[in-house]
Design a protein around this ligand. Sequence first.
Ligand code: FES
Length: 152
Amino acid sequence: MNQELHLTVNGERCAVRAAPSTPLLYVLRNDLCLNGPKFGCGLGECGACMVLVEGRAARACVLPVSAVADRRITTLEGLADGDRPDPVQQAFIDEQGAQCGYCLNGMIMTVRGLLNDNPAPDRDALVAALDHNLCRCGTHQEILAAACRAAG
Ligand code: FES
């Protein structure tokens, strides 16, 4: 049964009506019109739907919306500082880390989540963090180069 839930998304408080078990991804995309997080597999396996919850990367397709009420949610739309892209976004631009671009939300949010925990990860840590983010175009080398650039 639907109920009113209060969320904090990209710094804004909002109320939505949804069943508590509704995946956060559906609420973000369908109710809040935030289309940065993508629907890929819907099973927690591809990473396309990644968001940050309290600064940590989380797969929104398998996260019940009720589990994140009153927690700080950030989507791709909330990363930039006004007109200035987040350094991770800028690194992906600089390295041309995209082909079709569908996976990029997940790649960028995963790297941002890692850097929030560890500002200077080595290449192995970046590879491990991105291990479960799929890119069907096979752009992994450019994506890794962007992740390394973002990590300085
Ligand atoms: Fe969430 Fe694939 S859509 S992990």
